[in-house]
Design a protein around this ligand. Structure first.
Ligand code: HEM
Length: 532
């Protein structure tokens, strides 16, 4: 025990060293007065105060300051700003994990950021302690100004979030999805027909497929084969979302009060951009929703669909509040599903062009099981190799390499380190899926690694995220990917991938940077398959 005299307080101060379950904390505790103090001239406290403050600061910085997880050394005020990678952040984060461990601490302009580099750390915190790790960071441009945070993916953890999530989970999980299988099968056949008709436009066909299947399942709307009005708008809003949510791209995300500057003020063009993107966002959401509500009795409406199911479940007309929830739930599905499905399926075509032996093995399985019929989702359990091809596509180059960031809403302690309330939590899914202990030769596309390997299966599910924020479209996504992959393998041969410069693509493929990472632009030869 260590007694000091605190100026002005005129009581002894005890410096105690307390051991908590995880770490040492040192605290200053003011004790009750124990003996009379000598008289001190009034000038004394003023002279001593700076020394006391300096001492207290030293004690705070070297003793009482909570112990943070290790990470790259920050600079005063700006923290790790200059060390933050400009693109493909997951590669730099992976190097940092090798140096500092699976829980790396960064501070950028005062904002704490934690990078989790192992499945265990992600599971321990985001799954096991999901009650406090399930909010989302605030994005002023994308969220406050444009309104993307009204949708599920960017919404803070709240009672409204729970209502939206319940509405979606009730309809889009497990057996409930079965009734939409026929729509998935139908759309996948349209997709492959389109691709075989115009193989050069296969990427456009994939975009059409991903958007169409969601519009059909969610709103009961059948897209037209070219230039569909809702799909064209949706493409524009995806572009806006990806620019608006880019970390560090908008000064207003770093200095939020800039939003209060009047629109005539120099440097406030972001306000006009936000206003026009906000309008575009609402148009994309309202278009198919209003169409669905006004076509409830029309033969043009395809049933079953998500909107009609919820509307019909209610005995009365939907209240304004319920209609608002349904509006945002439908829009969240549209936003969450389109780009992710496109990125995954283009990765699949690239892998098939680069690994003909995998393609041949999968086709042999399909031929054996289906005897020339087209695949259906009910065939999935009989097609284990095709299932593994899908898992390997998800693992090989995960399309959301850092998932979506979570926000911690309460101070926490992990492995003896203090993680402050308000920390942004990121999981390096890319490096988890390249762990050679779980996935030997991780750069190779080898579907058989999943055969009878529960650990590999469990690990790859991290592509869909963690805890209470894990992807709410996971079952939907798997159904639409599986049937598109199986139908493509049954009907096409894919080969000869070349990049945008016309050069042959090698197996060390490049992927784009961004929240959703697509393969670098490529084309490939796709021909109808002559079945043996
Ligand atoms: C290969 C396809 C897909 C992948 C890899 C994927 C991945 C993800 C990831 C990583 C998250 C964030 C999880 C987290 O924060 O921990 C997420 C959230 C979400 N996904 Fe997906 N997704 C896919 C397809 C879909 C589809 C098809 C839909 C809709 C039909 C969808 C709807 C959503 C929604 C609504 C959220 C927000 C959930 C929330 O914040 O609570 N996703 N997805």
């Amino acid at each position: 025990m260590n007694y000091r005299w605190a100026a002005g307080i005129r009581r002894p101060v005890e410096l105690t060293r307390l051991r908590t379950s995880h770490c040492f904390l040192r605290t200053l505790r003011v004790l009750p007065e124990t003996r009379p103090l000598p008289e001190t001239p009034i000038i004394m406290p003023a002279l001593v105060l700076p020394f006391i403050l300096a001492a207290v600061s030293l004690v705070y910085f070297y003793i009482a300051r909570p112990r943070r997880p290790p990470g790259p050394r920050p600079l005063p005020f700006i923290g790790n700003l200059l060390q933050m990678p400009k693109d493909h952040e997951w590669r730099t984060f992976s190097e940092w994990a090798k140096k500092y461990g699976d829980c790396v601490y960064l501070r950028v302009l005062g904002q704490p950021i934690i990078i989790l580099g192992s499945l265990k750390a992600a599971h321990d915190l985001l799954n096991q302690r999901s009650a406090i790790y399930s909010s989302r960071p605030r994005l002023v441009m994308a969220g406050d100004l444009i309104g993307f945070d009204q949708g599920l993916a960017l919404m803070p953890y709240s009672s409204r979030f729970l209502s939206l999530r319940r509405l979606i989970d009730k309809e889009l999980t497990g057996n409930m999805l079965r009734k939409y299988w026929v729509l998935h099968e139908d759309e996948s056949r349209i997709l492959i027909e389109k691709i075989l008709e115009e193989p050069g436009l296969f990427l456009e066909s994939l975009r059409h497929y991903a958007g169409s299947i969601i519009l059909r399942v969610v709103y009961g709307y059948q897209t037209v084969p070219r230039n569909d009005r809702f799909l064209l708008l949706a493409e524009k809003v995806m572009g806006a979302f990806s620019l608006a949510s880019q970390p560090g791209a908008w000064a207003v995300d770093i200095i939020p009060w800039l939003r209060h500057l009047p629109s005539w003020f120099p440097g406030t063009r972001f306000k006009q951009t936000a206003a026009s993107w906000s309008q575009l966002h609402m148009d994309v959401m309202k278009g198919p929703f209003d169409w669905a509500l006004s076509h409830q009795d029309s033969p043009l409406l395809i049933r079953p669909n998500f909107v009609s199911t919820v509307v019909n479940r209610s005995p009365d007309v939907l209240s304004a509040e319920d209609q608002d929830l349904l509006f945002w739930a439908s829009g969240s599905l549209f936003g969450g599903g389109a780009d992710t499905t496109v990125a995954t399926l283009s990765s699949f075509f690239l892998a098939m062009a680069l690994y003909p032996e995998v393609q041949a093995t999968a086709q042999a399985e399909l031929d054996k099981v289906l005897s020339g019929e087209l695949p259906r989702l009910s065939d999935r359990p009989s097609l284990p190799y095709v299932e593994c091809v899908m898992r390997e596509v998800l693992r090989w180059n995960p399309i959301a390499p850092l998932g979506l960031a979570h926000l911690l809403t309460q101070d926490d302690v992990y492995n003896g380190y203090h993680i402050p309330d308000g920390s942004i939590m990121m999981v390096n899914v890319w490096s988890i899926l390249r762990d050679p202990l779980v996935f030997p030769d991780p750069l190779e596309f080898r579907p058989d690694r999943f055969m009878n390997d529960n650990r590999a299966m469990e690990t790859v599910s991290s592509v869909f995220g963690f805890g209470r924020r894990a992807c709410s479209g996971v079952h939907f996504a798997e159904a639409s990917m599986f049937i598109a992959i199986a139908t493509a393998l049954a009907q096409c041969n894919v080969s000869d991938a070349v990049n945008s410069r016309g050069e042959k693509v090698h197996r060390d493929v490049e992927y784009q940077t961004g929240t959703i990472s697509h393969p670098e632009k490529f084309s490939c030869t796709i021909v109808p398959r002559v079945q043996l």
